[in-house]
Design a protein around this ligand. Structure first.
Ligand SMILES: C[S@@+](CC[C@H](N)C(=O)[O-])C[C@H]1O[C@@H](n2cnc3c(N)ncnc32)[C@H](O)[C@@H]1O
Length: 215
């Protein structure tokens, strides 16, 4: 395991050098620890179809933290987070922001609770709920999602979650302009950002959506 930890640390360093992201040594160790936990619990909990830990670094860790420079505000919710993606890697590198990680599957939330203890993170609240039924005390600066639902479904189901100036941040492969046309009238796409992820084959996009309320 120590050998694997070293290999992953070296690979993470190489990947990060190809990005503009700057993170502390402790955060790098926590990201590697998260991959080791995903690898360890994957068989029992069926957390991800990616089995190879080195591939997890690219497809899960880099793919999550690459969003960090675009986040505006301090309170976020990651809906349909699964094993905490993109929320857990983002929480690791943004200790000053708070993340609610929500999923309707108990096993995935159990994994996240266990990971929080192992990683010593205190800026994350795991929530077991269907998103449509979740009633937060306060609305959020941002609603994150990755591999969750179409833009139309996600925006409808999560309409109650962002505050007036908040954004939806949808992390996707290809961006289809047709998906934008299908959105309900009050949802407006404010930005589509093409993301560059080292060693990842295929396109990645971050779609920012806001709600335009009628006067
Ligand atoms: C394909 S997984 C994606 C997980 C993670 N975001 C990722 O990128 O790896 C979709 C997740 O959404 C959750 N989910 C689906 N419908 C949901 C709902 N209505 N409310 C909350 N979670 C939901 C599922 O349990 C599953 O963990």
């Amino acid at each position: 395991m120590n050998n694997l930890r070293q290999q992953l640390s070296l690979k993470l360093e190489t990947l990060l050098n190809k990005t503009a992201l700057s993170i502390t040594d402790q955060q790098k160790q926590q990201l590697v620890q998260l991959v080791l936990l995903l690898h360890k619990w994957n068989k029992a909990y069926n957390l991800t179809s990616v089995r190879d830990p080195a591939e997890m670094l690219v497809k899960h860790i880099l793919d999550s933290i690459i969003v960090s420079p675009y986040l505006q505000g301090s309170r976020f919710i990651d809906v349909g987070t699964g094993p905490g993606l993109p929320g857990l890697p983002l929480a690791i590198i943004n200790p000053d922001k708070h993340f609610v990680l929500l999923d309707s599957l108990g096993k995935r939330i159990s994994f996240i609770r266990n990971a929080l203890r192992e990683l010593g993170l205190n800026n994350v609240t795991p929530v077991l709920s269907r998103v449509e039924e979740f009633k937060p005390d306060h609305q959020f600066d941002g609603v994150l999602s990755r591999a969750f639902a179409s833009l139309k479904e996600m925006s409808r189901w999560c309409r109650h979650l962002p505050h007036r100036e908040g954004f939806f941040y949808a992390l996707k492969g290809q961006f289809q302009p047709l998906e934008a046309q299908e959105l309900d009238k009050e949802f407006v796409i404010s930005q589509v950002i093409r993301l560059e992820i080292p060693e990842l084959i295929g396109e990645r996009h971050l779609v920012l959506i806001r709600i335009e309320e009628e006067e």
